[in-house]
Design a protein around this ligand. Structure first.
Ligand code: FES
Ligand code: FES
Length: 158
């Protein structure tokens, strides 16, 4: 099956089986190195992508669903102010995720603050757990997202 979709703003096509999982195809066929495939059953969030603007675990999305879809990975943010906002938030909160989950957490943060200019702490406490992590505190991640949102608002006002 030939599947066409948009990846980080570029039209892309791959040859794959309809049931192949998006996360594997992005890594193996499209050289997307930012996403990790850990659990491969939709539980850990390390394979997050933005799919039609929504956060999804790409390891459980079959390729037949990706036909014509608009997909973004963190590579799509490279060189943008949006990523700088996220990085500033992380820095100010002294939040240093490991290399394994940093891209997923950056993309998640971007998605949250793009959707909601002033995210509520209660909701963030739940959203932050989309990317599983046993080594840093979710509270610190929540603070990092809040500070990233603050940067985003400041930039939007300019
Ligand atoms: S690898 Fe996709 S959710 Fe864990
Ligand atoms: S899994 Fe990366 S900081 Fe916990």
């Amino acid at each position: 099956m030939r599947v066409r979709f948009t990846l980080n703003g570029k039209e892309t096509h791959v040859e794959c089986d309809p049931g192949d999982r998006l996360g594997f195809v992005l890594r193996e066929h499209c050289n997307v190195r930012s996403l990790r495939l850990d659990c491969a059953i939709g539980r850990c969030g390390s394979c997050l992508v933005l799919f039609e603007g929504l956060i999804v675990n790409s390891c459980i999305v079959p390729m037949f669903r990706a036909v014509g879809a608009d997909i973004m990975t963190v590579e799509g943010l490279y060189g943008t102010q949006s990523l700088v906002d996220v990085e500033r938030g992380f820095e100010r909160a002294s939040f240093e995720p490991c290399q394994y989950c940093a891209c997923a957490k950056a993309l998640l943060t971007h998605a949250i603050i793009s959707e909601t200019a002033e995210p509520r702490r209660q909701e963030l406490a739940v959203q932050a757990q989309t990317v599983r992590c046993r080594c840093t505190s979710y509270r610190q991640f929540v603070e990092a997202i809040e500070l990233a949102a603050e940067h985003r608002r400041a930039n939007d006002e300019r």
